[in-house]
Design a protein around this ligand. Sequence first.
Ligand code: P6P
Length: 354
Amino acid sequence: HEADAHRTDLMTITRYVLNEQSRYPESRGDFSILLSHIAGLAKLLGLAGETNVQGEEQKKLDVLSNEVFVKALISSGRTCILVSEEDEEATFVDPSLRGKYCVVFDPLDGSSNIDCGVSIGTVGFYFYTHNIFGIYMVKDKENVTIDDVLQPGKNMLAAGYCMYGSSCMLVLSTGSGVNGFTLDPSLGEFILTHPYIKIPKKGKIYSVNEGNAKNWDRPTTKCVYLFIQFPQIFLHSLFFRYVEKCKFPDDGSSPKSLRYVGSMVADVHRTLLYGGIFLYPSDKKSPDGKLRVLYEVFPMSFLMEQAGGQSFTGKQRALDLVPTKIHERSPIFLGSYDDVEEIKALYAAEENND
Ligand code: P6P
């Protein structure tokens, strides 16, 4: 009887989404239906384990997860444009199945880590209503253009990621805080296990691929000619100085610990729970940074702000960026509020010196 009581008062993601919907009595529930589709997809991929979800010949997991995502989002009847890391072009949903949300996603982020069993994830299913502000019926579903997804991240309505590691976790924000749900395979339900996640104001961890340090350029003596010709050099050397500060603090505090998985979902999830800062700067190899704005930078930045942290590109608040291409990249520094403030101050000081 006790066990039954335990099972009946569980907050599942389905109940959570419906509770959220009750905040918008005038809404028709399309948003809830789409979120439930995403949760169902995450469940499917989370339960897939080593068996193939569709019994087809074993495809590369990222290709398979992309096919599963695209087909299910289209069949939900609530989407109008899909942008996937796996597809060069955006998918425009047929008018007969078109809804009012644009969904951008990386179906399997960090897939290079699959063979060694490191956590991987699905990032960035976040939605724009077709007309962006507020949840309402689109006025002109026939006139859907790529500009509907090239919006600043601050306009998005929801963001989240699903992490497939020792357990399958779905971390989601619909704009009123961040909640973490863990898949209970015995129930086949995502259960609310991390309500209202708040990132520590300051952390003791920095997360960056130090193997790229040679691309950050060592601090060079200031030379006006160089700065005019190659301004990014000073941005790289700035970044080099920031990382040095993490390792050799000049204020007598203890050095930060380095933790880096190489799967954005795993590194950001740890940052969200433990605090600290996750960094992927521009460098000689990736002059615009490596991470993609629409389906990596924006969703993780949205979550960080909702959890009380922040996210900075080296030049501006990440969510204020306005992308011009669907696979555009950007440098990104996100995490605990005070840690991001430190790197912002360093970059601002450089800007003032120029
Ligand atoms: P690097 C995975 O390929 C990814 O897109 C992110 O998940 C991850 O944060 C980053 O690239 C890792 O890149 O250059 O450190 O291997």
